[in-house]
Design a protein around this ligand. Structure first.
Ligand code: GRG
Length: 295
């Protein structure tokens, strides 16, 4: 079996996504609003959600072009959630993706509105620009994306996260937060690509299980990366203090336990792809990337 070049694959997908985002969201009137939307949308990032969507669409026999509007819409919802998450009323962050946060540059009012406009436009984009899928499939994708963004998804996860601040929480609550805040959008990213390509119910179920595993693994990796970053910055002792303040997988399972859990989840995710043979190599490699990534 020849080696799959994940770096080259990620580069190629990213440049396709970046070009499409720029094209789908041109600068226009009102100037400040669109500048604020484009500032965060075109600020880089791994583009993991659109890449998962394009990849599962291809694996299920569709073209990347078929999934491109949905892939970009997913990145718009993700970006809006980051803009709102960074606001003073939420995480109150000054930097994101190596740049000043949206509200630091454009003000809180414009950051809220830029997020709102990105969220609404994401749905418009899927409805207007998807070519080659039946209306039923497009409606299904719209419904699933709506659910992933709603109180049953990102917003619900964020609320429980806010309510848990400063409290001791059980592993169950931590899993609720992450499956909703992070997992829901990753899941619809994988599944929507498959739906657009016409995948049957069995395939959608297997990909749902795959994405639940990578969603949790993604979060565990995030927690582990946080520890490394904190230790590098503040030294071991200060890192421990910070860990103790907020429940994370390593604080609940121990560092090695969390590593082991991420590895088990990767194996489970890959096992769900067994029937797809060679065509599953990109999704297999993406599961590995999620568990081993350095940022
Ligand atoms: C969706 C309507 C709606 C509202 C948003 C603020 C909020 C409600 C939710 C917060 C969601 C949030 C910030 C989740 C964290 C997601 C996460 C893991 C972000 C980091 O993702 P990466 O590593 O980031 O993929 P890059 O920058 O690479 O894209």
């Amino acid at each position: 079996m020849s080696q799959f070049d994940l770096d080259a694959y990620l580069r190629q997908c990213r440049s396709q996504v970046e070009a499409a985002l720029d094209r789908y969201l041109p600068q226009q009137y009102p100037d400040k609003l669109y500048e604020a939307m484009r500032y965060s949308l075109l600020a880089g990032g791994k583009r993991l959600r659109p890449i998962l969507c394009l990849t599962s669409c291809r694996m299920c026999g569709g073209s990347a072009e078929l999934a491109l509007p949905t892939a970009c819409a997913l990145e718009m919802v993700h970006t809006m959630s980051l803009i709102h998450d960074d606001l003073p009323a939420m995480d109150d962050d000054d930097y994101r993706r190596g740049k000043l946060t949206n509200h630091k540059v454009y003000g809180e009012d414009m950051a809220i509105l830029a997020g709102d406009a990105l969220l609404a436009y994401a749905f418009q984009l899927i409805a207007e620009k998807t070519v080659g899928a039946t209306p039923e499939r497009i409606v299904e994708v719209l419904g699933r994306l709506g659910k992933a963004a709603s109180g049953a998804g990102l917003v619900g996860g964020q609320v429980v996260d806010l309510e848990s601040e400063g409290r001791t929480i059980a592993l169950e609550t931590l899993e609720y937060i992450h499956t909703h805040k992070t997992g829901a959008l990753l899941e619809v990213s994988v599944v929507s690509g498959a739906i657009l390509a016409g995948a049957d119910g069995g395939v959608v179920e297997r990909l749902t299980r795959y994405s639940r595993c990578i969603g949790l693994a993604f979060q565990i990796r995030d927690d582990l990366l946080d520890i490394s970053a904190t230790q590098a910055e503040l030294g071991k002792t200060a890192g421990k203090d910070l860990r103790d303040r907020k429940a994370t997988y390593p604080s609940l399972l121990g560092y090695d336990g969390a590593l082991e859990r991420a590895e088990q989840l990767r194996e489970q995710a890959v096992a769900e792809l067994a029937d797809f043979g060679e065509s599953a190599r990109p999704l297999t490699a993406l599961a590995e990337f999620i568990v081993q990534r350095r940022h």
